[in-house]
Write a protein that binds this ligand. Structure first.
Ligand code: ZN
Length: 259
């Protein structure tokens, strides 16, 4: 039994050695950064990680009605917002300005509008999809969500957009590895119609990363096909197609002029 004890001890050493090698590998750090940014979106109470369940789930399925923000007489789509005092506003405002500079959407500080986005420091990063009526919370936790790309991602939810990996044609472009997805998270991969006749976009700021909702950290759940090496899950800037979709949904037409 002494032999068994030594064997156990040896095994313990081996696994901690492996862990040490893993911690010093660049892959560990890239996974770590991804985890920091993306896992913060995940919360049990929210659908698809960072989308608040609401009656009006999809601006694309309710064209011309309440889910879209209305056009003002000037032709701009004005989205009123308020920002809680906790924030340094500049990064939030620069994300808003970036969307405005490429589309006809204008985020305007709320005066007395009934429907508006209320940006608050709550748990996780989350938003309703489209206009939901009254004050709708857009949560940007100071603990992990104050990042330019994440803010743009949440703002796009508030304009009516779902995640790219849930498009109706997604099975032609990605393979969902259900084996690595816990049953409780399966709803995050449910298909929704958000295509707007645009091509599938791996580079969309609304695309989740390859380890999203994995049963165990580092396991892959979304694998691009046919080329598994295509990168997905960027949170840097709106893609060309992200911009195109906003302009289509809100019928921006000729109105797009750089601010
Ligand atoms: Zn999201």
């Amino acid at each position: 039994w002494l032999n068994m004890f030594f064997f156990f001890f040896f095994f313990l050493q081996l696994s901690s050695l492996r862990r040490l090698v893993w911690i010093y590998s660049p892959k560990f750090w890239s996974e770590m950064i991804l985890t920091l940014f993306y896992d913060s979106e995940i919360s049990d109470t929210l659908l698809e990680g960072d989308m608040v369940i609401s009656a009006s789930k999809n601006a694309l399925s309710c064209l011309n009605d309440y889910c879209r923000w209305p056009k003002s007489p000037s032709g701009w789509v004005e989205v009123p917002y308020s920002i809680a005092n906790d924030f340094c506003e500049s990064v939030i405002e620069s994300a808003m300005k970036s969307i405005a500079s490429k589309t006809c959407v204008r985020f305007v500080p709320r005066t007395n509008q009934v429907d508006y986005i209320s940006i608050e420091n709550l748990a996780g990063c989350s938003s309703s999809v489209g206009r939901s009526g009254g004050a709708q919370q857009l949560s940007l936790s100071m603990d992990g969500c104050i990042n330019y790309g994440i803010i743009e991602h949440e703002l796009l939810h508030s304009l009516g957009f779902h995640h790219e990996h849930t498009r109706t044609d997604r099975d032609k472009y990605i393979w969902i590895n259900w084996q690595n997805i816990p049953e409780a998270s399966a709803n995050n991969f449910q298909i929704k119609d958000t295509n707007l006749n645009t091509p599938y976009d791996y580079n969309s700021i609304m695309h989740y990363g390859r380890t999203a909702f994995a049963i165990q950290s580092g396991l892959e759940t979304i694998i691009p096909i046919p080329n598994p090496l295509v990168s997905i899950g960027q949170r840097q800037e709106l893609s060309y197609t992200d911009i195109q979709r906003i302009n289509m949904l809100y019928e921006c037409g000729e109105l797009i002029t750089p601010m």
